[in-house]
Design a protein around this ligand. Structure first.
Ligand SMILES: Cc1cc2nc3c(=O)[nH]c(=O)nc-3n(C[C@H](O)[C@H](O)[C@H](O)COP(=O)(O)OP(=O)(O)OC[C@H]3O[C@@H](n4cnc5c(N)ncnc54)[C@H](O)[C@@H]3O)c2cc1C
Length: 451
C-alpha cells in the first residue's frame, strides 16, 4: 500500500508528532497516548485525507512558504527579512521565560495595542498535560508556561483556530505549524485570514513521556503523582522542576544532572524528530529561540535569537524596542547557524538518516526543505550506528529499564557524553572558532542594556 493512502506507515514507524491535523481532516481518526511508545499517535489508519495533511507523511515546504510569504526570496534558513538578539527588559518576565522572554512581550504588545483579538498558545491543564487555550488579555499572557519539551496532543490549537472569530496570533513549534497549514491550505482556507501572526519556536526535538518516567526513577517521584512540570526559567538554561500533588518539588539541572542527560538524550525523542529538517521553523512569521552564542554567555537571564520573516513581525519587534519593553540588536544569518549548529539548521543528520531509513524500507516522511544541500551530510557509519542504538534503547524504554539505561550511559556511552561537554567548552567558552579566525564574535559593547 502507498504510504500516503492512509496513516498506516506513520503508526508502524512511530513517526506521529501529535499535531492533530489528521483529526481535523478525518473525523474517524483519534489521536491518543500510545502505552508503549508514550507518544501521541492515531489509533487507526484513517483515510487519504488524513494522510494528505500529515507532516509524518510529507510536507510541501516550498508550496507552503509561497502560500505564506508570496514573492519572498527563500534561502537556507527559509524566508529571512532580519535576525536579532533580543531580551525583555522586565527582569522578572525574562527570568521566568525560557530564553529572552520575547514571546510574552510580543503577545502582550499585540493584545494591548489591539492588533489582535486573541492568542492561541499552550497552557498547563493538569499533571503533565498541556493544551492550547485562548488568551485575550495582556495580563493573562504571563500565566502561560515556558517551553514544554515532552510530546503533546496539539489538536486543541486547531480547534480554537477553527472556532474562534477575530484576529489571532498562534504560538507553535515547527511540526505543529506544518500540520496546521497543510490542513488550512487544503481544507479550511478561510481560516488563513484569521491568523495575523504566527510566533514560532526554534525546535531541535521533543521527548516521549519515557523521559518523565525515567526521571521519576532517578529523582524519586511517581509520574502518576505529578501536579506540574517545567523545564526552563530561572536563567538561560534552567532546571527541570517537577511538583507532585503532595507539594514535593524535585529538580534537576538541565546542564549537569547525570540522570537528566540519560533521560533527555536524543534517543528519547519522538522518532520523527530524527528526520526533522525544519529546526528553523520555516512557516512561522517570527521565530524565537535561544541565543547559544559565545557572545551571549555573559547573560544571567537569557537572550533570544529572533528571526523575522515578515514586515509585520519586524514592526512588532521594533515597537517593543521603541516602548522600552525590550532591547535588541540586529545581527546576520550566520548567528542562526552558529547558535543552533549546522547539524540541525541544515539537517545534516536528518537528511542522512531519512535516506538510510528509506533504503532499508522503513516508512520515512518526505521532508525536503530550503536547507537541503547546504550542509555536509553525516557519514553513513554514524547514521547506521545511531539507528542500531535507537532500536536498542527504544526496546529498553518499552521494557521500562530506565535504571539500566543510566548504567549504560556511565559505561558504554561515557566517551560520547564527555565529548559533548568538551565541545561545548571549546566553542562557547574558549571561543576556538574566533581564535582560529573562523568567525568574528559580536562585541560586548553592542549588548549595552542587556542583562
Ligand atoms: C519542544 C521545544 C524544543 C525547542 N528546541 C529549541 C532548540 O533546539 N533551540 C533553540 O534555540 N530553542 C528551542 N526551543 C525554544 C526555546 O526553548 C524557547 O521556547 C524560545 O526561545 C522562546 O523563549 P521565550 O523566553 O521568548 O518564551 P517563553 O516566555 O518561555 O514562552 C514560551 C511560549 O511557547 C509556548 N510553548 C511552550 N512549549 C510549547 C510547545 N511544546 N508547543 C507549543 N507551544 C509551546 C508557551 O505557550 C509560551 O507562549 C524549543 C522549544 C520547544 C517547546
Amino acid at each position: 500500500m502507498n504510504v500516503s493512502s492512509d496513516l498506516s506507515g506513520v503508526i508502524s514507524s512511530g513517526m506521529c508528532i501529535g499535531c492533530g491535523a489528521c483529526e481535523m481532516a478525518d473525523s474517524s481518526v483519534k489521536v491518543s497516548l500510545s502505552p508503549n511508545r508514550l507518544i501521541y499517535e492515531p489509533e487507526s489508519a484513517g483515510s487519504a485525507a488524513a494522510a494528505s495533511v500529515c507532516p509524518a507523511v510529507s510536507v510541501d515546504y516550498e508550496g507552503l512558504q509561497n502560500y505564506l510569504f508570496p514573492g519572498a526570496e527563500i534561502g537556507p534558513f527559509g524566508v529571512v527579512r532580519s535576525v536579532h538578539l533580543s531580551q525583555s527588559t522586565n527582569n522578572g518576565r525574562n527570568m521566568k521565560a525560557s530564553s529572552g522572554g520575547l514571546i510574552k512581550e510580543l503577545l502582550r504588545h499585540l493584545l494591548s495595542s489591539n492588533q489582535i483579538d486573541g492568542v492561541i498558545a499552550l497552557d498547563h491543564v493538569d499533571g503533565i498535560e498541556f493544551a492550547a487555550r485562548l488568551v485575550s488579555s495582556a495580563d493573562d499572557v504571563d500565566t502561560l508556561p515556558g517551553s514544554i519539551y515532552h510530546n503533546l496532543k496539539q489538536t486543541p490549537a486547531l480547534e480554537l483556530l477553527r472556532d474562534t472569530p477575530g484576529r489571532l496570533a498562534v504560538v507553535a513549534i515547527p511540526c505543529q505549524l506544518e500540520g496546521l497549514y497543510a490542513w488550512v491550505k487544503q481544507m479550511a482556507p478561510e481560516l488563513r485570514e484569521k491568523i495575523t501572526i504566527t510566533i514560532g519556536l526554534l525546535c531541535g526535538w521533543q521527548y516521549s513521556h519515557h523521559s518523565i518516567n525515567a526521571m521519576g526513577e532517578y529523582l524519586g517521584y511517581n509520574p502518576e503523582d505529578i501536579a506540574d512540570i517545567s523545564y526552563r526559567g530561572g536563567g538561560p538554561v534552567g532546571k527541570l522542576t517537577v511538583t507532585t500533588r503532595d507539594e514535593k518539588v524535585f529538580t534537576a539541572s538541565r546542564r549537569v544532572d547525570f540522570g537528566y542527560q540519560v533521560a533527555f538524550d536524543r534517543h528519547f525523542n519522538t522518532s520523527r524528530c530524527h528526520v526533522c529538517i525544519n529546526h528553523s521553523n520555516f512557516l512561522a512569521d517570527l521565530v524565537v529561540g535561544d541565543a547559544w552564542l559565545p557572545s551571549t554567555v555573559f547573560t544571567k537571564t537569557g537572550i533570544s535569537l529572533v528571526v523575522c520573516r515578515t514586515e509585520f513581525a519586524e514592526a512588532a519587534l521594533q515597537s517593543l524596542v521603541d516602548s522600552g519593553n525590550c532591547v535588541s540588536i540586529q545581527v546576520g544569518e550566520d548567528e542562526i547557524r552558529e547558535s543552533q549548529t549546522e547539524r540541525v539548521v541544515f539537517g545534516e543528520f536528518a537528511y542522512a538518516y531519512a535516506a538510510f531509513l528509506r533504503e532499508i524500507g522503513l516508512h520515512t516522511p518526505e521532508l525536503h526543505g530550503p536547507n537541503e544541500g547546504f550542509g555536509t551530510l553525516k557519514p553513513r557509519r554514524q547514521v547506521t550506528k545511531f539507528h542500531r542504538e535507537l532500536v536498542r534503547k527504544q526496546a529498553l524504554m518499552a521494557a521500562r529499564r530506565y535504571k539500566y539505561m543510566k548504567v549504560r550511559k556511565a559505561t558504554l556511552e561515557l566517551r560520547g557524553y564527555i565529548m559533548r561537554y568538551v565541545r561545548w567548552f571549546m566553542v562557547r567558552i574558549l571561543r576556538v572558532k574566533s581564535l582560529s579566525g573562523q568567525r568574528k564574535e559580536i562585541s560586548r559593547d553592542r549588548f549595552s542594556g542587556f542583562s
